[in-house]
Design a protein around this ligand. Structure first.
Ligand code: UDP
Ligand code: MG
Length: 318
């Protein structure tokens, strides 16, 4: 029988995990004829009793495996670790907070089997319960990202996705440590089916995303997948060099006709300042890339594992 790995990144999710586990078990019951399940919970350095709860589950249910990090490495690292430890012929990535409805797994699996897709992913079409300003920035992000990068990102794309082992292996082979997984999913290609889903509120606990962290996430995405910001620096550089050159020519011309500079010192100073400021701006953009290249060169591990459960494929069939 084939195996489906359910990868669940968890950061301070003790309140929701019991609900999640109950729900995902119901789904595995429903799919019992089709496929066997294994669960990989990734404890991303939780400060509450998430790990204790997962360990308890692992002791009771042989299908449960876990990985625990030494500290919080972020959801992207948790996803990577989960995929790395999964053994299934298919892998589904799902949030612990039940915002990704587990019942959709059935539809996703059927689409892969019957539709011949490599992956099936969920896309949020409604944003009820989300602050208007956040929706606005989120929508703008997708628009900008798609314009300036070659990687296509469906609007409202979530990480909730079921994929084949082949796709998982490809994603694992991408060892970059600044990971924007949604972009990587798009970048690797493969045939993806998008399923629309409604926005559901968290059942308990709170979102780990602040406005600032989302903003940083957007910057990460753009710098990881687009070279346009670098090009902007170049374009601005050329533009201001040309402008300053023309202004210099005009002043020299004035000097030749009048015999002296019509000189406006304050104007000169402001031009110098403007150029200086822009140079800093350009260097700032460059440094984003240089900084990342530097990190990438270090080949830092994506996460440092403290412990993991040991189990094997046969046991997972329960
Ligand atoms: N998560 C994680 N590490 C983090 C932040 C979040 O593993 O540093 C997990 C979290 O436990 C949840 C999922 O990623 O299962 C989505 O997080 P959250 O619900 O906070 O994000 P939102 O749904 O608000 O986008
Ligand atoms: Mg959530």
């Amino acid at each position: 029988m084939k195996l489906l790995s359910v990868v669940v990144p968890c950061y301070n999710e003790e309140e929701v995990l019991p609900f999640f586990y109950k729900k995902i078990n119901e789904i595995s019951e429903k799919m019992i004829e089709k496929i066997a399940f294994e669960y990989i919970f990734v404890d991303d350095g939780s400060k509450d009793d998430t790990l204790q709860y997962i360990k308890k589950l692992a002791a009771e249910d042989r299908r449960v495996g876990y990985v625990s990090f030494t500290r919080n490495f972020g959801k992207e690292a948790a996803i990577y670790a989960g995929l790395e430890h999964s053994k299934g012929d298919y892998v589904v990535l799902i949030d612990a907070d039940l915002q990704n409805p587990p019942e959709m797994i059935i539809e996703m699996y059927d689409s892969i089997i019957e539709g011949g897709y490599d992956s099936v992913a969920a896309r949020r079409v409604t944003r009820t319960g989300e602050p208007v300003i956040r929706s606005f920035f989120s929508k703008s992000f997708y628009r900008v990202f798609n314009k300036i990068s070659n990687t296509n990102l469906a609007e409202g794309a979530s990480d909730f996705r079921l994929m084949t082992r082949q796709m998982v292996e490809v994603i694992l082979a991408m060892k970059e440590s600044n990971r924007f997984t949604k972009g990587i999913f798009g970048w690797v290609g493969f045939n993806t089916k998008w399923i629309e889903c409604e926005n559901v509120e968290r059942i308990a606990g709170e979102s780990k995303w602040s406005f600032l962290s989302l903003f940083n996430y957007a910057i990460e995405a753009i710098v990881d997948f687009s070279m346009l910001p670098l090009a902007i620096a170049g374009i601005l550089g050329i533009l201001f060099t040309v402008i300053s050159f023309i202004s210099l020519v005009i002043q020299i011309f004035g000097y030749m006709t009048l015999g002296h500079f019509k000189s406006n010192l304050s104007l000169l100073v402001s031009v110098i300042l403007l150029i200086g400021g822009l140079q800093f701006f350009c260097i700032g953009i460059l440094s984003e890339y240089v900084g990342r290249a530097y990190l990438e060169c270090k080949h830092r591990p994506i996460y440092i594992e403290k412990e993991e459960s040991s189990y094997d494929n046969d046991k997972s069939k329960n």
